[in-house]
Structures are given as C-alpha cells and as structure tokens.
Design a protein around this ligand. Structure first.
Ligand SMILES: [Zn+2]
Length: 299
C-alpha cells in the first residue's frame, strides 16, 4: 500500500494509522472486489487528500507506479547491450541511482538517454521526470523505467522526449478564477516593503504596528511576500504567505532577509509553483500553495 497516502490522511484528519487500516478492512468486506490500494485512494478522496504523488524517494518506489519524478545520483552504470526483440535489434542499458533513502536499478531503451547517461560520471546528479516503476519479471526487483514520455536532466543539462507528457503546467492566462494550478516560470520582481502581516489575535484584525485596543499583547507576525511571477507569456502578481514565503526565501543562500529578497528578484530562479488564482477584472493575483525550484529548462 502507498504509505504516503496514509500519512497524508493522518496529517490532515487526525486519524491514526490503525483507524485507517480498520476502515480499509471494513471497506474490503463491503467491496471485496476492490484492492486495498483502490480503497485507500477512495478514503483519501473522502478525506480531502488528493491521491496523486509525483515526487518520490527511492524507498517509496516499491511497487508499480505510473508517474514517478525522482532526484538522485548516478551510482553505477552498466555498458549498453544490444538485444533482439521481436526480430529487431534494440539497445538497452541499466544503471543504478541512489538517494538518501536507498538505491534502485533503472532501465532505458531510449538511445538519447543511453548516450546521455554513458557520458555522465558516477556521482552526478540526475533528475528523472515521468518514469514508471515495475517489477523485473526475471528477478522480482522493482526497476525504474525511462520511457518515451520521460525526461531526464543530468547536472542541469536537459534531454527531453515529449514536453507535453511532463507535469501539466498551466499558463497564467488559462487559470480560471478560484482555480488552483501548477505554473512554471520566473520571479521577476519581489517587493521588499511590507513583508510582514501583523494581526491582533484578540480582535482577529490586521493592524499596522500594534492594536489600538490591545497594544502588543496578542500580536502575531506572519511573512507575506508579494511579487511578480512570469510564465514567459504572461505575468501576474503573486503572494507568498508564511511557509511558502519561507521556501521562497530559502532559495537564496544569503542570510539577510533583504538580501534574499534582492537575490530572488531578478528572475534567476526558475520555479514550479502550485498557486490559487483570484481574478478581479483584468487583475491577476496568485497565492502560492507550494514552491519548488526546478532544474528543468522548459523554455
Ligand atoms: Zn486587538
């Protein structure tokens, strides 16, 4: 079973692992034809957890999974072999990747990837997008397969087969009011004024410096960073609150917050952002939900 889904439900709904496992076995009695995984996905949806995961650690890839993104290191390469499949010659290559959770074999039949990997050095970083994992029928070991819809990037050099099969990024213009979508692009500007949202927790109101009534008794200070995000075609204002603001600031190695903001303001950082859109007439305003730095060059 996909443990991460159980973790997500646990996190979100304060249910214990045991409760979830109990629910699964109850449902199993009700719907004996469903697999435990299917039931788990059903429970996830019922509990407001979207059971789609794309970024994995090696340890989590322990069964057949269709869309796997993985960041790892190339550990070992085996020379490509030529084999005959259905009367035709084809090249296949195996290599091993590792991350902090373990190592796993990868197999590819794609000549571009074979060349790319052969010219890499052991220990180099590799980002794999949209691979799939399955059991090798000969030894029972789970392997990662790079198919024609996958993309790999070694040390930020990019090889792509098919762009459209990767994570579906929306263009800012396509996002509807109220919709949450994944976007990819650059921060082209950050505003360094007013980066804290100050509230009086007794009045539950936004205040400037302190509350007129309660002074500084119950003030809370939250990061709120505003800027401009550009997807290459269109740009929109974007706001990063709290944790998202933190992940944004963490992109810069600088210690000082103003320096960090300055650093990130010049479009140097290509980001994947999951954001919610609010449209007022022609004003686009995004609120970041998740911020990830990307190694891919999608331009
Ligand atoms: Zn107050």
């Amino acid at each position: 079973m996909e443990e991460w889904i159980i973790d997500k439900i646990t996190e979100k709904n304060n249910k214990s692992r045991e409760e979830i496992l109990n629910l699964i076995s109850q449902r199993k009695n009700q719907f004996p034809e469903l697999t435990e995984d299917a039931i788990l996905r059903m429970l996830a949806t019922e509990n407001g957890v979207i059971p789609i995961k794309r970024d994995y650690k090696i340890k989590e890839i322990n069964q057949r999974i269709n869309h796997v993104n993985l960041s790892a290191k190339i550990k070992r390469k085996f020379p490509p072999r030529t084999v005959t499949v259905k009367g035709r010659e084809a090249k296949v290559m195996n290599f091993v990747v590792e991350d902090e959770t373990g190592e796993m074999p990868v197999v590819t039949w794609n000549e571009n990837y074979i060349d790319k990997i052969m010219s890499s050095k052991d220990g180099e970083k590799i980002s794999i997008a949209n691979a799939y994992s399955k059991e090798n029928p000969f030894n029972g070991i789970i392997e990662l397969n790079l198919g024609s819809g996958s993309a790999i990037s070694i040390n930020s050099t990019v090889t792509k087969q098919k762009e459209e099969t990767k994570i579906e990024y929306k263009k800012i213009k396509e996002i509807k009011d109220g919709e949450t979508a994944d976007i990819n692009g650059f921060i082209t500007r950050l505003f360094s004024e007013d980066i804290y949202l100050i509230r009086c927790n007794i009045c539950k109101k936004k205040v400037d410096v302190e509350c007129d009534i309660h002074k500084d008794k119950a003030l809370s200070k939250t990061l709120r960073i505003r800027g401009i995000f550009d997807d290459g075609i269109y740009s929109s204002s974007i706001t990063f609150f709290d944790k998202q603001a933190d992940s944004l600031l963490n992109l810069s190695q600088n210690q000082d917050i103003k320096e960090k903001l300055n650093d990130i303001s010049f479009g140097l950082y290509q980001l994947n952002i999951n954001a919610k859109m609010n449209k007022f007439n022609d004003n686009y305003s995004l609120t970041a939900r998740k911020v990830t730095k990307t190694g891919y060059n999608l331009s």
